[in-house]
Write a protein that binds this ligand. Structure first.
Ligand SMILES: NC(=O)c1ccc[n+]([C@@H]2O[C@H](COP(=O)([O-])OP(=O)(O)OC[C@H]3O[C@@H](n4cnc5c(N)ncnc54)[C@H](O)[C@@H]3O)[C@@H](O)[C@H]2O)c1
Length: 596
């Protein structure tokens, strides 16, 4: 029979502990909430009150239930208060020595049958457990931030954790309304092992001025549908905690350089910039603990005028190409009121593209999103041509031809001869260096990357890539055009993968390596990222949608450019591609889609 948990103890009421107290008390379990000092206890109490009051204000919790919840929580300073609880969850800062000391003390204070759990994100549960005389009753219960919201709990068993304890804790997770995945003791478990390399990489991008904090965060939110950008997430996690997690993962996880904390992190922690909890991290918050971001000296001006500062006027746009991207881009510009000249390699191709644009616009009409008159006006703005000569008087050219450097270079050389001076020349390449294309012209200052996402009419993000030769005016023009299209343009440097792919694909590749190492299953890994981190799709779902061949090609590019050993494509990914399992398009990738 499953063990009864009527009273649990929570040690440390910081970012995680206060949330964990709320989870238990909400589910009818009594909690003894312990801190190191009176002021810390008061802070923890205030966090709990703030969170439950917000839940009441949002109508998610009845006032009476909130009061009952608070009655279930007993606050105390010192571990002695935990003498008769059934389970303790420790959530003190991420330091092995501190946790070992606390576990030794808990072992002394608590009843012999009490289960002792740690909420550690990266430390070895096994090493923590051996500080007690009951390592078989020590387990990891890893909640996600914010604990009352995120559904996932990683249950971490060591080689000595007793199976009954694992089963009891799994049953408890169910009672708390959580979904648990049970795994072995490895640095970062599932979610953090996949998350922190990505977060650290994003901090590195920010540190090197590759892109602004707003642009990095907007790119991942709008390009991947993530609930928050990586820098905002770092602020939520707490930079001190994030630093310790990275540091531990680096040391325990095979010294992968991607986990070596970016130096800026240490500097920020030393300077007391800990994220939301201290009121300032990558962003500035209304006050310590507040989720509300307030403008600071790094906040970009929001007005349209500022955006257009130095931008050239664009009225007529040329789009070269006849594939999926070109078709979508033609539609986007025409709908936004630009005059568009479409150039393909022949009348037949133009007819196909024209049909595709019509079909797509018609869909908008059928769905009630576009008036018939607007559809007709958009189509009326497009002229169809098979010769580049018709681009002599456009203000902007967007190239979306095949992803081959020689083809793009030849095209840009021709554009250089045909187009009038002052035109912005843009390539939609997703993997080639924009500077290579720019140098095929005599006007590299006017060349930018405009990386649209597929499907272009739907996706709200465009990456504006500036090379070391791109002029500020060309960048400003590109950004202003994105705004006029109703899209968010994020500006970044000319590096493989720009922002989104550079941050996304190594994470997907890491998930494949984790599966390959048999640490967990594709289902559990997908669950962990969706329920623990709020991702719209798990990594294997996404890989099957994107295509394994496409993913492998992008990962290879990243590896070749940066020579980062951690970016080496996962052998399993290569094998699946070789075997022809490319994802949904071949009805088999990581999963079998033949029956769906
Ligand atoms: N922040 C996250 O997003 C997150 C997510 C999951 C797990 N974790 C893990 O949870 C644990 C806590 O992290 P956090 O972010 O909540 O840290 P935090 O710094 O926000 O809170 C830690 C709390 O522990 C208290 N404390 C310190 N020493 C103590 C002692 N001897 N006795 C009692 N209380 C003590 C501190 O006063 C503080 O309130 C860490 O192991 C961390 O890795 C963090």
């Amino acid at each position: 029979m499953a063990r009864e948990f009527s009273t649990v103890g929570v040690v440390g009421l910081g970012t995680m502990g206060a949330g964990i107290v709320e989870v238990f008390a909400r589910n009818g379990i009594n909690v003894v909430a312990v801190e190191i000092s009176e002021p810390a206890l008061e802070r923890g109490r205030a966090t709990l009150t703030g969170s439950t009051d917000r839940a009441v204000a949002k109508g998610k919790l009845a006032a009476a239930d909130r009061d009952a919840l608070h009655e279930r929580v007993h606050f105390a300073v010192g571990l002695d208060a935990l003498h008769s609880v059934d389970l303790v969850i420790e959530a003190v800062p991420e330091h092995l020595n501190l946790k070992q000391r606390i576990f030794a003390e808990l072992d002394r204070v608590c009843r012999p049958e009490t289960i002792l759990a740690t909420n550690t994100s990266s430390l070895s549960v096994t090493e923590i457990s051996v500080a007690t005389t009951r390592p078989n009753q020590v387990i990891g219960i890893h909640f996600f931030n914010p604990a009352p919201v995120m559904k996932l709990v990683e249950v971490v068993r060591t080689v000595v954790t007793s199976p009954e304890v694992v089963a009891d804790v799994e049953a408890l997770c169910g009672r708390l309304g959580k979904v648990d995945v049970t795994i072995n003791d490895r640095a970062g478990f599932i979610a953090n092992a996949l998350l922190f390399g990505y977060l650290n990489h994003a901090v590195g991008m920010f540190e090197s001025h590759y892109a602004t904090r707003e642009d990095i965060d907007a790119a991942m939110k709008l390009g991947c549908g993530l609930p928050m950008g990586p820098l905002a997430l770092m602020d939520l996690i707490g930079l001190d905690t994030a630093y310790e997690i990275l540091d531990t993962m680096y040391r325990r996880g095979g010294r992968d350089r991607r986990h070596a904390p970016v130096p800026l992190l240490k500097q920020m922690v030393t300077a007391g910039l800990l994220g939301r909890k201290s009121g300032r991290g990558f962003y500035t918050y209304e006050r310590p603990g507040s989720p509300v971001v307030v403008p600071d000296e790094a906040t970009p001006p929001a007005t349209e005028a500022a955006l257009a500062d130095g931008a050239r006027a664009i009225a007529k746009v040329g789009v070269v190409g006849s594939g999926t991207m070109a078709t979508g881009i033609i539609e986007v510009f025409a709908k936004a009121g630009y005059e568009v000249v479409s150039v393909t390699r022949g009348a037949e191709k133009s007819a196909t593209v024209c049909e595709a644009v019509k079909t797509s616009l018609n869909k908008g009409v059928v769905r009630g999103k576009l008036a018939e008159a607007d559809r007709d006006a958009a189509l009326g703005r497009i002229s169809w041509s098979a010769t580049l000569d018709h681009l002599a008087d456009v203000d902007l050219v967007v190239e979306a031809v095949v992803e081959e450097l020689s083809v793009k270079k030849a095209l840009f050389a021709s554009l250089d001869e045909i187009c009038k001076p002052g035109v912005v020349l843009a390539t939609t390449t997703s993997s080639l260096p924009v500077i290579d294309v720019a140098m095929a012209t005599q006007r590299p200052a006017d060349v930018v990357g405009l990386h649209f996402f597929n499907p272009a009419p739907v996706m709200p993000l465009v990456e504006v890539v500036r090379t070391i030769r791109t002029s500020p005016e060309a960048t400003a023009t590109a950004r202003a055009v994105c705004a006029a299209l109703g899209k968010t343009g994020v500006v970044c440097g000319d590096r493989s993968g720009f922002i989104v792919n550079a941050l996304l694909f190594p994470y997907l590749n890491d998930a494949v390596k984790m599966l390959e190492a048999s640490y967990s299953t594709a289902d559990d890994i997908d669950h962990a990222m969706k329920l623990g981190c709020g991702y719209p799709m798990g990594p294997f779902e996404l890989l099957d949608v994107v295509g394994l061949d496409v993913s492998l090609a992008i990962q290879r590019e990243l590896y070749l450019e940066l020579r980062e050993p951690g970016f080496a494509p996962a052998p399993l990914l290569e094998h699946l591609v070789t075997a022809g399992y490319l994802g949904r398009k071949t009805r088999r990738g990581f999963r079998d889609h033949s029956h769906r």
